[in-house]
Design a protein around this ligand. Structure first.
Ligand code: ADP
Ligand code: ASP
Ligand code: MG
Length: 418
């Protein structure tokens, strides 16, 4: 039997009616002759609630216990989905990550998948089971502890299963009917894409477009998984949604394919550090050891220099995910106390956002950065930090201008036009 992976996100399993609706979709594929692996998320809002409980109990929590708590939302929906399918006379059972077992490393909170042995599930398929319902987002570490794959991780579970079971396709059912030129919730002019390349999707995802978890796109690209994003609310159709595929399969190559944003940024500046070899290495070594994912970095001329003080000092600014802000502060302040690092003070801004334009066409089109900066300047938006790569340009700006920036850039690059 050919295998199909179907993943249902939080809004698609938000209550019993939605689960029943999703189960009907699964039934349609079973009727076509597929063995189906269903990956479910927790009911929408559930994981946030669980994360909130952990933070309230222990702000600098033990990540192993964080995983024990936040993985639980998926257990509920997996069991309910299996029950619903059984009620429809479809042979189905649920699997928690450890039962499969989905083996990960021990990086709790953002674990990486090491292996998904297919024997257990295949044995059941051979015995007549039609649907394996797997709790997304979770796995088991080599030490036998429950792990989670990072927020949005059920997408990665789905793609990993598609690769491990050599599935014909991996369908990601969500609350939008595909991948858009930007988040349709921010820009009413956002246009649905029929296809998007792995590379562009990877950048958009890593820059904040949470429609797919970044690692799921990475995996799909590596194992050439046929990946489709579609809505669980629309009527079923064969050409629904957006296909994420290899670049060669796409004809159009505009300079910019999409605009992404991320609200979840914090900007930190170490004011007055020594300007000499080895300092950056100490700062970012300290942060890496504390598990902080540093994103953008700029080293600026210190106010001290401007004021005519003796040279030899500078300021270092970087951004990191807002939920790692406390870890970063603690690591830097501890290093200062221990005499490992010297700086005057640490300035932290949390009212910032990152806005990025992405496109493989940038490799061949000049002037994208100039157009982006002009567009922002026309809107009087100040740029705090800039980062670029071959196919993206990102800026850090005041959060209050985020929507405006996304819409202005969407207009400037004419993304509403095919
Ligand atoms: P799920 O719970 O199904 O995993 P998510 O909330 O994680 O759903 O992802 C879907 C959301 O991603 C959409 O509701 C939309 O607001 C957001 N999104 C951000 N950028 C894009 C984009 N470029 N295209 C489509 N959706 C996007
Ligand atoms: N429930 C988890 C989360 O909200 C995983 C997922 O839905 O993909 O992050
Ligand atoms: Mg998601």
């Amino acid at each position: 039997m050919p295998t199909l992976v179907m993943k249902f996100g939080g809004t698609s399993v938000a209550n019993l009616d939605r689960i029943a609706r999703a189960a009907k979709r699964v039934a349609l594929e079973v009727a076509k002759g597929y063995d189906v692996i269903v990956i479910v998320s927790a009911m929408s809002g559930k994981t946030n609630e669980l994360v909130g409980w952990v933070n309230e109990t222990s702000p600098l929590y033990d990540a192993r216990e964080y995983d024990a708590v936040v993985s639980s939302g998926e257990n509920v929906t997996a069991g309910l989905m299996a029950l619903r399918l059984q009620e429809m006379d479809i042979p189905a059972r649920s699997w928690q990550g450890w039962q499969v077992p989905l083996i990960t490393n021990d990086a709790h909170g953002s674990a990486r998948i090491v292996e998904i042995p297919s024997d257990n599930i295949n044995k059941k398929f051979a015995e007549g089971m039609k649907v394996a319902v797997v709790a997304g987002f979770q796995g088991i570490s080599p030490e036998g502890r429950i792990t989670t794959l990072g927020r949005g991780g059920s997408d990665t579970t789905a793609v990993a299963f598609a690769a491990a079971f050599d599935a014909e396709r991996c369908d990601i059912y969500t609350d939008v009917d595909g991948v858009y030129t930007t988040d349709p919730r921010i820009s009413p002019k956002a246009r649905k894409l029929e296809k998007i390349s792995f590379e562009e999707m990877l950048e958009l995802a890593s820059l904040g477009a949470k429609v797919l978890q970044t690692r799921s796109v990475e995996l799909a690209m590596r194992f050439n998984v046929k990946l489709r994003v579609l809505s669980s609310f629309d009527e079923p159709s064969d050409d629904a949604g957006t296909l994420v595929c290899a670049e060669e399969q796409i004809m159009e190559s505009k300079a910019v394919a999409g605009v992404a944003y991320s609200r979840d940024e914090a900007k930190m500046t170490l004011v007055t550090i020594e300007d000499k070899p080895g300092i950056a290495s100490k700062i970012f070594g300290t942060l890496a050891e504390a598990g902080v994912n540093v994103d953008m970095i700029v080293q600026n001329v210190s106010e001290q220099n401007y004021q005519g003080h003796a040279g030899g000092v500078t300021d270092m600014t970087f951004s990191c995910p807002i939920d790692q802000k406390m870890r970063a502060e603690k690591a830097l302040n501890d290093a200062k106390e221990k005499g490992v690092l010297a700086f005057d003070r640490l300035e932290v801004e949390t009212d910032v956002a990152k806005v990025s334009v992405v496109g493989i066409g940038m490799r061949s089109h000049a002037g994208v950065a100039a157009k982006m900066f002009k567009t922002l300047s026309d809107e009087n938006i100040n740029i705090k930090v800039i980062a670029t790569s071959e196919i993206k340009i990102s800026v850090l700006i005041d959060r209050k201008y985020m929507e405006l920036a996304v819409q202005a850039l969407h207009d400037a690059f004419e993304l509403d036009k095919a």
